[in-house]
Ligand binder design. Sequence first.
Ligand SMILES: Nc1ncnc2c1ncn2[C@@H]1O[C@H](COP(=O)(O)OP(=O)(O)OP(=O)(O)O)[C@@H](O)[C@H]1O
Ligand SMILES: [Mg+2]
Length: 346
Amino acid sequence: MSEAEGAKNRLFLGIDLGTSHTAVMSNRGKKFLLKSVVGYPKDVIGLKLLGRPYVVGDEAFEMRSYLDLRYPLQDGVLSEISDRDLEVARHLLTHVVKTAEPGPNDEICAVIGVPARASGANKALLLKMAQEVVHTALVVSEPFMVGYGLDKLVNTIIIDIGAGTTDLCALKGTVPSPEDQVTLTKAGNYVDERLQNAILERHPELQMNLNVACAVKEQFSFVGTPSGPATFEFRAAGKPVSCDVTEPVKVACESLMPDIIESIEILLRSFQPEYQNTVLKNIVFAGGGSRIRGLAGYIKDHLRSFGDAEVTCVKDPTLDGCRGALRLAEELPPQYWRQLGDVAGA
Ligand SMILES: Nc1ncnc2c1ncn2[C@@H]1O[C@H](COP(=O)(O)OP(=O)(O)OP(=O)(O)O)[C@@H](O)[C@H]1O
Ligand SMILES: [Mg+2]
């Protein structure tokens, strides 16, 4: 195929491959979000009920009672313990590409976001797999792709609080180097664990699991001063019981803050002194965790000794990552992708 014909048939995909959710946008207007999970029948009855060897995404989660659920990403990176784990990731990625409805002659070019400090080995593994399902793949760091989408590529710090990792990136007008990025393994899943323990400490009689803790968190999450009491209906011995969860929610959500603040301080100091005041006014939170109430004010207060900070949260934490990845894919031709990160197929 000639270069011109190839360009005509290019399907660009922006993929935010997350621990809990994968968000995708294409240059033909497709956008979708799915749980990053693959379900396999537990036995022959499950296979009969399902009628196929596996199912991907929210559908799998809904059928979880008779499926083995596998999450291919842990702490934001591919689990690489066994071939089985890699197969799970392959099934997820194949499903994502199929859902984007490529035509038979399309050249599929995907930009995939991963945690800021994902190891070289892990990126290579992801690229190897991506190459089986797309023609060209570029792996970039999650916060960088958010920054690209928001047109904030200079004098900015982006913090993406996901499920598995919190990723920070200092944007200095160049492709971020490893020193400009931090990945913390405390994020949404860690808050769920902390919250489950904090609630059980106070109310050992409650039937708790991580799904319940996550639901409590997503309904009431806050840091700093609560806007009012948070009451949740749990189950104890099969009966409904209402409990005040204000304090456990505060403790669990605030458990993320010290590491985030420390990492912001480190990244802030890495800018030239004349830019630091501007950077302080360009601190942006993204990812599902940016929905924590009071987050921007809390961070601003805790950075007071550095000056008057301006902290904001993105408008659309679900899709801003893949929107940025798609924009990058469309604006920068694949022949330049090698300058941006790890590439397969170009
Ligand atoms: N209102 C809310 N308050 C606090 N946390 C929330 C809220 N809504 C969603 N979350 C949490 O955000 C996390 C999911 O965010 P996101 O979709 O950005 O993660 P991910 O991209 O799948 O993970 P990662 O980037 O770590 O691979 C989950 O832990 C979810 O519970
Ligand atoms: Mg994410």
